[in-house]
Design a protein around this ligand. Structure first.
Ligand code: P5A
Length: 448
């Protein structure tokens, strides 16, 4: 993409309404525009990152054997009356009527809708286990929407629902989700720690939230510092292997880690030596639940078991805050000049900065670099505007592309360009072909 033809409405001023760094940078980098309180338009740069995050979620869901589909955002109140949540959900649910006076709502989550699809089509235990999911817009009329996409009213969520014959099978589905979420967040460059939490309006008493540690997080958290040494890495997992998934769950959840809703100070002190006790803040980027037969019983979602009896299925639901993740990633990865995207989610793989636009040799070298990167399947952003170098560097730093290739007449005389890491600020001179090869290699590694 040529920057001169792109739509990147970068702001020079720091917007006064933005209280935290991720919100400030998302506005300044032209990623989002507030449409109304807690509702955002996704401008091209923000949309690209949102899609990258969504793609990682889909890839990891597929790896775990879960099946994607799509539900409507507007749902009939009658379905929600069956589970009792139409009256129970409270003011966060946005309700409306159509021209015939029928009650509708904008889905804040979709347990009822998925349970309804399940009960319509599935009859036998032989069709289980089954996990269906979607990535879809949700609406919650939050009393205090704030921090941009962190606590929106309209937000993008991955929500998955498992249907199993027994509690034991459903707990395996729970563990499978925990394992696949660990991988998902790590691919986005995040450490998200599973912590014991409250279940709230979703229900059930078995749930973990995934928290990214950050001073600006809305949740208070208490944990054993040893937990921050754990990484999932690229270990091979067989998602059908019950013992293997259970072992990962135990590895990642046996140490004390709780949000303030479930924190127990006496237990904390008895389980964790004083020098390892941490009290901090975190951003909730996901939550998994096992709630048994809560929805299947009230909505009649049963299957025939091996003995021919009709039994309600055991269920859980599992969510990832896809749009919130942009904020969480920026909170975890930025400096005073702007965002630093992890390679896994970056909107462009690298920037190309032409120090002397209009100089025939520099222009040709930039165009050749751009073409070779594209030929390798990469997506560069070439700043071809007739601007001062300082301004171009400031834009690249703000929008946070992990790598920048700088091209100028002086370097070209010696046959070199400069490759700079956004994260370390370190630069290295090398021939253009070598810079292209290095970038290709970095992303091959990031995708492996
Ligand atoms: C699990 C999926 C559920 O709704 N039902 C379907 C379950 N869980 S949850 O914890 O309430 O939400 C899942 C994740 O969505 C994100 N989230 C939000 N993101 C932005 N703005 C909001 N107002 C908001 N509310 C929830 C969180 O990351 C949460 O973990």
């Amino acid at each position: 993409m040529r920057l001169s033809r792109y739509f990147l409405p970068v702001l020079k001023e720091t917007p006064a309404e933005a209280q935290i760094v991720s919100h400030r940078y998302m506005l300044r980098a032209g990623m989002i525009k507030q449409a109304s309180s807690g509702i955002y338009s996704w401008l091209p740069l923000g949309f690209k990152v949102l899609k990258n995050i969504e793609n990682i979620v889909h890839e990891e869901q597929a790896r775990a054997g879960h099946i994607a589909m799509l539900m409507p955002t507007l749902q009939s109140a009658d379905l929600w009356r069956e589970s009792g949540r139409y009256d129970g959900y409270g003011e966060e649910m946005l309700r409306m009527q159509d021209r015939h006076g029928r009650d509708l709502l904008f889905s804040p989550t979709a347990e009822e809708m998925f349970t309804d699809v399940f009960r319509t089509y599935v009859r036998s235990y032989k069709d289980l286990p089954l996990t269906l999911y979607q990535v879809q817009w949700k609406f919650r009329d939050e009393i205090r929407p704030r921090f941009g996409v962190m606590r929106g009213r309209e937000f993008f969520m991955k929500d998955g629902y498992n249907f199993d014959l027994t509690k034991e099978d459903a707990l395996h589905a729970y563990n499978r989700h925990l394992v696949s979420y660990l991988r998902t967040y790590e691919r986005m460059g995040l450490q998200a720690i599973p912590m014991r939490a409250e279940s709230g309006p979703i229900g059930g008493d078995y749930t973990h939230e995934f928290l990214v540690l950050a001073e600006t997080g809305e949740s208070g958290v208490f944990y054993d510092s040893e937990i921050t040494d754990l990484t999932f890495g690229d270990r091979a997992i067989d998602f059908d292997d019950v013992a293997q998934c259970q072992a990962v769950l135990e590895e990642f959840t046996s140490r004390y880690a709780r949000t303030d809703d479930t924190h127990d100070q006496a237990l904390f002190e008895s389980q964790v030596p004083e020098d390892r006790r941490r009290e901090a803040r975190g951003i909730e980027v996901g939550q998994i639940f096992y709630f048994g037969t809560k929805y299947s019983e009230s909505m009649g979602a049963t299957v025939q078991d091996q003995t021919g009896a009709q039994v309600p299925v055991h269920m859980g639901s599992h969510g990832i805050g896809v749009s919130r993740l942009l904020g969480a990633i920026i909170e975890a990865s930025h400096d005073e000049s702007g965002i630093i995207w992890p390679e896994g989610v970056t909107p462009f793989h690298c920037g190309i900065v032409n120090l002397k636009q209009g100089d025939a040799e520099a222009d040709a070298a930039c165009e050749a670099l751009e073409a070779s990167l594209i030929a390798l399947g990469l997506d560069p952003l070439y700043d071809d505007r007739d601007e001062r170098a300082g301004g171009k560097f400031a834009t690249m730093d703000l929008i946070g592309l992990p790598w920048r290739i700088t091209v100028g007449p002086r370097g070209l005389k010696n046959g070199v360009v400069e490759l700079t890491s956004r994260r370390t600020g370190e630069s290295e001179e090398m021939p253009p072909e070598q810079a292209v090869a290095r970038i290709a290699q970095i992303y091959r590694r990031a995708q492996a």
